[in-house]
Design a protein around this ligand. Sequence first.
Ligand SMILES: C[S@@+](CC[C@H](N)C(=O)[O-])C[C@H]1O[C@@H](n2cnc3c(N)ncnc32)[C@H](O)[C@@H]1O
Length: 265
Amino acid sequence: MEREFGFTQSDFNKVRTILVGLTGIKLADSKESLVYSRLTPRIRKLGLKSTKEYLKYLEDHLDEQENFINALTTNLTSFYREPHHFSILAQYINQGESVKRIWCAASSTGEEPYSIAMSLVKAYGKFDHDVQIIASDIDSKVLEAANKGTYPLEKVEALPDKKSFFVKGKGSNEGLAKVVPQLRDMIEFIRINLLDESLPIEPNLDVIFCRNVMIYFDKDTQAKILTKLLAKLRPGGLYIAGHSENFSQFSNLIKPIGRTAYIKL
Ligand SMILES: C[S@@+](CC[C@H](N)C(=O)[O-])C[C@H]1O[C@@H](n2cnc3c(N)ncnc32)[C@H](O)[C@@H]1O
């Protein structure tokens, strides 16, 4: 099928080079069509004629980097994704660990930090405003969505205790559910690029969730980011990784305590 905009192999390679430099995300050869389809709306909106023109535009307009990144991140997530991690968090609290500050480091559209907040409310038996959850992502669009806390009803319908945590939309909001303000207020959403040399998070965190983002980085970048994240966690703190992110080779820094869950030494 003929494409609306020119997109050569060299354009694709340039996109990959820029993306890995800005975000650490390494795109495989097989992602060529995906990249084209993700960039097309931007090229169209800017009234440009080809990907080459878009890349020149990107070079000349640094503020376009945000849209470029937003277009190319993959934001797949869901409430209580990998549910065993939320049981581990509840156990950790129930065994008497102090959990006051949690960082969810690639929070996408918010389902993960809201699941953390719901787990805390259940573990403590109340909406506890002494607990601070920091949720961050590199993608400003997903953070905007997360901040709103509004989801299609079908994403919420199967959740336990949904009545305590969501209100069903009415009228023009029919078919949507919104998180209750007490849950929303437990979370602070900020934009953080995990690739940045210094991360704007105070140390001595009790828990870090950093799930299903390291897979996009090469081994060296993963090791660098893991080291930076662990520097923010208190000794004895809980580090939760995604299902295909195994860090058992870092046995000098962390000790496994369950499926892709670790304690900082
Ligand atoms: C597949 S989602 C995972 C969401 C959630 N953690 C989960 O497991 O359901 C990956 C997220 O990582 C974010 N991301 C990618 N590169 C990043 C970077 N360098 N810094 C911060 N976030 C990044 C993406 O924007 C995306 O929202």
